[in-house]
Design a protein around this ligand. Structure first.
Ligand SMILES: Nc1ncnc2c1ncn2[C@@H]1O[C@H](COP(=O)(O)OP(=O)(O)OP(=O)(O)O)[C@@H](O)[C@H]1O
Ligand SMILES: [Mg+2]
Length: 350
């Protein structure tokens, strides 16, 4: 069965005329700096292995120059790898013929950009259906689809406005409507929200999460913002100097940062929004609370519900409703304020 997953395997990208000649040396430890200083080539990506599951949001995070854009551009082969594979449904995108690639890009992938890339002299509806028009879809059908998605991103009534009549957040909604109108399985979003004001940005994250519940696209989302990564990412891969330094769920990364680089990233994070009830619960002992909370609930929400109910204890239940542990306000607060290195093993039995 087609699964629309993306797998990146042993991927290397070395920019420069003789990139291939240096792959072996990079494999054997030649650093980005040495490759540049001694050989005048730029190490873009090295030995990238990431499975991006179908229907999930994979976030790629890292500082400027770490290789995020280079990586996402491999997914629709705007960049050819120096070595390695990019598999979609098990097919190597890098081996597709020109016509296969064109069809893949048009029908399977859609990009959402930071700068929106809207055509200024076209209205919202015309921008939204531009891709379908190019594909030769009838005006009637493309308008029907376009209007549907414009409404779904919350722009009902703005169909005939021009981009410069819209705020940044609204323009980004048009960008999203345009991407969704193409009906692609894969959404590629490179710093799509980075230029937006903080509140608008959170709004747009909500729009994406709401749509995703129903659409289940395979989303590759690039950001250098940890809060955004934690909110959106079903899984997160962190890049540094073209290498994956850690990948896992947001909770994995916050609780067990792989090195100092990542610790520095996660230091300021609101841990209550990331750590789940089941991660810090204790064995059930004594009298049981009347309150039930799901194991997947974050501590912040659990704490809020417990305080509102005037309770200091709750029973944590699994998906079938079976009790699996007990949670009290004290351990919630401890987990929210304690640096990872001071949490005891039993507290982080993730
Ligand atoms: N066409 C190119 N030729 C040479 N070097 C390049 C090219 N494109 C990217 N690079 C280099 O590859 C590395 C990764 O760049 P990339 O643009 O992927 O980083 P990024 O993580 O997207 O950064 P940012 O957050 O600034 O967008 C950088 O060292 C960059 O200078
Ligand atoms: Mg970039």
């Amino acid at each position: 069965m087609a699964s629309h997953a993306i797998q990146i395997k042993n991927l290397y990208k070395i920019f420069g005329p003789r990139g291939r000649d240096y792959v072996e040396q990079v494999r054997n430890g030649l650093s980005k700096t040495d490759l540049n200083v001694k050989h005048g080539h730029v190490l873009g990506l090295q030995n990238i292995n990431i499975d991006m599951p179908a229907g999930a949001i994979t976030v790629v995070m890292g500082l400027s120059g770490s290789g995020k854009s280079t990586l996402i551009r491999h997914v629709n082969r705007l960049i050819d790898p120096t070595a390695g594979e990019v598999l979609y449904d098990g097919v190597d995108v890098c081996k597709m013929s020109e016509s296969e690639l064109r069809a893949f890009r048009r029908h399977r992938t859609a990009m959402v950009f930071q700068k929106f890339a809207l055509l200024p002299h076209r209205t919202v509806i015309e921008n939204t259906i531009y891709g379908l028009q190019i594909q030769g879809v009838s005006r009637e059908e493309s308008e029907k689809k376009g209007r549907h998605w414009i409404a779904r991103v919350g722009l009902d009534g703005f169909e005939n406005h021009y981009p410069n009549q819209l705020s940044g957040g609204m323009q980004q909604r048009v960008g999203l409507a345009r991407a969704l109108t193409n009906d692609a399985d894969i959404l590629l979003m490179d710093e799509a929200y980075s230029a937006l004001d903080p509140l608008i940005r959170v709004d747009m994250q909500s729009v994406l999460l709401d749509l995703q519940k129903e659409l289940k696209k395979t989303v590759v989302f690039i950001t250098h913002d940890l809060d955004e990564a934690l909110r959106l990412g079903d899984q997160i891969a962190i890049l540094r100097d073209g290498k994956v330094v850690q990948q896992g769920t947001g909770q994995d990364i916050v609780l067990h940062p792989a090195d100092d680089y990542i610790s520095a990233f996660v230091k300021e994070v609101n841990r209550g929004r990331v750590i789940k009830a089941q991660t810090v619960m204790k064995p059930i002992a004594g009298e049981q609370s009347s309150m039930r909370i799901p194991g997947e609930m974050t501590l912040e929400i659990a704490a809020k519900q417990m305080t509102e109910a005037g309770l200091s204890n709750a029973v944590v239940v699994d998906q079938s409703g079976k009790p699996i542990g007990s949670l009290d306000l004290h351990s919630i607060i401890t987990a929210m304020v304690t640096p990872t290195s001071h949490l005891t093993a039993s507290m982080v039995a993730a």
